[in-house]
Design a binder for this molecule. Sequence first.
Ligand SMILES: [Zn+2]
Ligand SMILES: [Zn+2]
Length: 130
Amino acid sequence: MANSRGQSRNTKQLELIWRAVKDDSSHPTADQIYDRVRKKLSHISLGTVYRNLQKLVSDDKLQVLMLGRAQHFDPLVERHQHFICESCDRVFDVMVDRQREIKPAKLPHEGFKVTSHQLAFYGVCKHCSA
Ligand SMILES: [Zn+2]
Ligand SMILES: [Zn+2]
């Protein structure tokens, strides 16, 4: 059998972690995902959760965002931007039309190679401004 016990356990953990984040548009941190997964799999470690999240990122199922000091995981891998509420720290997806994206006009001419960019909008969300 190609599938050892260890491997099927790993697959189960990966599956559980994926299910905990796949429909989540709240951009949870590894700690928040860990808290969720731990309710189902009490012996799982934060390191294991973290490793599995990295695997999902390298499989292009999740993207990781650096917002402030924490890494946030996002199942929406299509290109988009974020709005961060300065009052409740919630992160919202903002779809930006491709034609309207910001392109650095000067950098390529100066020998810089841009591989990606992140644009974030900061403000107060509708829940906090109501
Ligand atoms: Zn808010
Ligand atoms: Zn997002």
